[in-house]
Design a binder for this molecule. Structure first.
Ligand code: ZN
Length: 384
């Protein structure tokens, strides 16, 4: 990946290039930004740049054509190592006839390459889908830390820098994180740790304190537009409409491009309609079943959508509809909902949805939680 493939973010790019060109680059960097941001792309572009054999000093980028760039671009460079979350899919692999399997990030590399090639802007749930682990817990297990130490103890094969990319260190098991503290603090010569996080608050502090933090802000609408025009061959008019809805996330823009309307969004709208009607008690209870079959990530996405709708609902009752960042169908929904909304019930609903998200993190029973929520939300909106 080259810097020029990532739209905008000139300030961060300059900061990185300056550090490399002046030999100031820290040996452990943490790129953090919301999902759909350029954090992973920047880490890969930096890995390519430091190892490029023919750096383009005028364009401030890697050449994209030397043997090192070519291999890094295909993610097949022997000095480029990846650690990322995965689920226990041993059973599935046994069915495929793999026999006895010891799982590791390396086992998933072919899928990982496809995932990044499709888009380096995906999130954990996209990755889980890629490896057919939608409903499983995704983690970086303790065995991975042994792999990290082993790989870094080997001499680099051909590159200047040996690279260790750790994607989503926030889901690293505590023991795994502890086991790499020493090597993270004092890595072998010419080793570069590139950590890429979406929720840095969830990373243990001993890891955080050993990295130099690079904040990657969400893209601006203009940057997303630019990306859609130059890299997805979209017309200017269409690109600008999509980027407005994408709200700074290229992941979201890609979904809109691929016609993926957010399923959890549709589900949330259906659920809320059911909550509004007292005659729909049975359906409300059925919903609890449907909901409990979703992956944890989708369950959280469901309430994230709920909070988005409440935020937009607030705009509707404040008659500020022109700034709604919604698609037509969603817009119509929220406008119809408007007559039931008050500042008070929006605030209470948002609190309920945030609490639900926390309960999901604490492994609450989803069926009981949703049954309870059905009654609470129904009462909330029938009392206006
Ligand atoms: Zn090159």
């Amino acid at each position: 990946m080259q810097f020029k493939q990532i739209p905008g973010l000139e300030d961060v790019k300059q900061q990185l290039l300056h550090a490399v060109d002046n030999n100031h680059l820290a040996h452990a960097l943490l790129f953090y930004g919301p999902e759909g941001s350029g954090a992973l792309g920047l880490a890969l572009a930096l890995a390519t740049y430091v190892n490029c054999e023919n750096k383009d000093m005028e364009a401030h980028d890697s050449c994209g054509a030397c043997p090192s760039c070519t291999k890094l671009n295909k993610l097949i460079h022997p000095d480029l190592n990846f650690v990322f979350p995965y689920a226990n899919v041993k059973e599935a692999l046994k069915v495929k006839g793999e026999g006895k399997v010891e799982l590791s990030s390396d086992m998933f590399l072919p899928e990982w390459r496809k995932f990044i090639e499709h888009s380096p802007y995906g999130n954990l749930s996209d990755w889980a889908k890629q490896i057919e682990a939608d409903n499983k817990a995704m983690l970086i297990p303790v065995e991975e830390s042994r792999q990290i130490i082993r790989k870094l103890s080997l001499k680099s094969y051909e590159a200047d820098y040996k690279i260790m990319v750790i994607w989503l260190p926030e889901v690293m098991r505590q023991e795994a994180a502890n086991a790499i503290l020493k090597v993270l603090e004092e890595p072998p010569y010419k080793t570069l740790f590139l950590l890429v996080a979406q929720q840095p608050d969830a990373i243990i502090t001993t890891i955080l304190s050993r990295t130099q933090k690079i904040r990657v802000r969400p893209f601006t609408d203009e940057e997303v537009t630019n990306y859609l025009i130059t890299q997805q061959e979209m017309s200017e008019k269409e690109a600008s409409a999509k980027s407005f809805l994408a709200d700074g996330s290229i992941r979201r823009a890609m979904q809109l491009l691929e016609g993926v309307t957010s399923d959890v969004g549709t589900m949330f709208r259906d659920w809320l309609r059911v909550c509004f009607m007292s005659s729909k008690l049975n359906e409300g209870l059925d919903w609890a079943d449907t909901f409990s079959s979703l992956s944890k990530d989708d369950q959280k996405g469901f309430f994230q959508m709920g909070n988005n709708y409440m935020r937009e609902g607030l705009l509707v009752i404040n008659e500020a509809e022109s700034i709604l960042r919604l698609e037509q169908e969603e817009k119509e929904f929220i406008q119809k909902l408007g007559k039931f909304l008050t500042h008070e019930n929006i605030e209470q609903a948002s609190r309920l949805f945030s609490e639900a998200t926390m309960q999901i993190d604490r492994n609450a029973n989803a069926r009981i939680m949703m049954t309870d929520l059905y009654f609470k939300v129904h009462t909330l909106f029938s009392n206006k």
